[in-house]
Design a protein around this ligand. Structure first.
Ligand code: NDP
Ligand code: GDR
Length: 329
């Protein structure tokens, strides 16, 4: 039985990856930090199948202990401060958790289990300002947020540990990927949750930032398969994972609102609070290398993704509403 350690297992990607590895017969260890209100929403259905280890990315001792306990064949380092907009008001915490903590994790593996295969969750945010499109592994980086800068450190330290210590360390440069388990502050989920609330008469407007930015949005369930594939190769390497298609935030709004028969223009209020100090105008990935070398392929396209998210949010908001009505009656 193969053993895997996942950091960030309670997040969107961690939950899909844990499902995938469990379905392949892995023993899955999940690192969980202490929070005053436990948050198992994404993993409730598989909570009993995960071996939980208490630890924090910022605490090297806890990570060394996590690697000792799990004795992993594969380590997936997904934990981070992952919300780009939060990286301006919290640049130092973002640097600690999204950049330096990668070295903590690499050190824990190097000290305790140097032969374990290591996956680092790198990001298309590292490309930032447009230098070349579509963006591929050889495209120069130009990050535009403290988050992007931190991810760039995480990427290069992963490459450096591979080259310095001969570790099997891979960096997956993943473009935006979404799902019904996406955090509510990210634009796709904010929109699909907003659509559900507006459709059900619980909200009258949706306050948004830049509607012109373009993103290459895929489905998280497809993207975690690429993470796993990277660690099944004979040699460690870095790969771009993307759909090769981009859409604007306005198109996202149009697709989500029209699916339930609404015109988004009647509900959107532009709010400077959601405009970023520096924007990444356009992200479009070329994942030819992953397709050819990993045999990775997409199963869910943009429209299917948005519809899936609206359907799930409609169900959830309806059941929450019924619950509150019952509580009141
Ligand atoms: P989420 O924000 O959904 O999940 C982040 C996870 O990290 C959560 O489980 C969170 O735990 C955990 N975490 C945060 N800080 C700490 C800490 N100090 N110690 C231990 N755990 C911590 O992110 P996603 O699942 O969307 O993304 C996974 C990774 O991939 C992230 O590194 C992200 O930056 C990167 N990425 C994501 C992309 C995307 O489009 N989704 C694209 C490219 C890269 P808790 O539940 O306690 O908050
Ligand atoms: P991003 O995702 O910054 O690309 O990072 P997000 O969904 O937050 O923003 C995408 C684009 O939408 C624009 N936008 C808004 N965004 C939010 N959150 N809220 C709004 O109201 C709004 N209005 C417009 C943003 O300006 C931006 O251009 C995600 C994260 O998952 C990172 O962790 C990951 O590394 C990258 O994707 C790839």
């Amino acid at each position: 039985m193969k053993r895997a350690l996942i950091t960030g297992v309670t997040g969107q990607d961690g939950s899909y990856l844990a499902e995938l590895l469990l379905s392949k017969g892995y023993k899955v260890y999940g690192l969980r930090r202490r929070t005053s209100t436990p948050n198992y929403e994404n993993v409730e259905h598989i909570k009993d199948q995960i071996q939980w280890i208490s630890g924090d990315l910022g605490d090297l001792a806890s990570l060394i202990e996590a690697v000792r306990i799990s004795d992993p064949d594969e380590v997936y380092n997904l934990a981070a401060q992952s919300f780009v907009a939060a990286s301006w008001p919290q640049p130092i915490a973002t640097g600690q958790m999204t950049a330096l903590a990668v070295t903590n994790m690499l050190e824990a593996v190097r000290i305790m289990k140097p032969l374990a295969k290591f996956y680092q969750a790198s990001s298309s945010e590292m490309f930032g300002k447009v230098v070349e499109t579509p963006q591929k592994e050889s495209t120069p980086f130009y990050p535009r947020s403290p988050y992007g800068v931190a991810k760039l450190y995480g990427h290069w330290i992963t490459v450096n540990y591979r080259e310095s210590f001969n570790m099997f360390a891979c960096s997956g440069i993943l473009f935006n990927h979404e799902s019904p388990r996406r955090g509510l502050e990210f634009v796709t989920r904010k929109v699909t949750d907003g659509v559900a609330r507006i459709k059900l008469g619980l909200q009258s407007e949706l306050r948004m930032g830049n509607l012109d930015s373009l993103r290459d949005w895929g489905f998280a369930g497809d993207y975690v398969k690429a993470m796993w594939l990277m660690l099944q190769q004979n040699e460690p390497d870095d790969y771009v994972i993307s759909t090769g298609e981009m859409h604007s935030v306005a198109e996202l709004l149009e697709t989500a609102f029209s699916y339930v028969g609404l015109n988004y223009k009647e509900y959107i209020v532009l709010d400077p609070e959601f405009v970023r100090p520096a924007e990444v105008d356009l992200l479009l990935g070329d994942c030819t290398k992953a397709k050819e070398q990993l045999g990775w392929k997409l199963e869910v396209d943009f429209k299917q993704l948005v519809h899936m998210m609206v359907d799930e949010d409609m169900k959830r908001v309806k059941s929450e509403t019924r619950y509150y009505e019952l509580m009141r009656s």
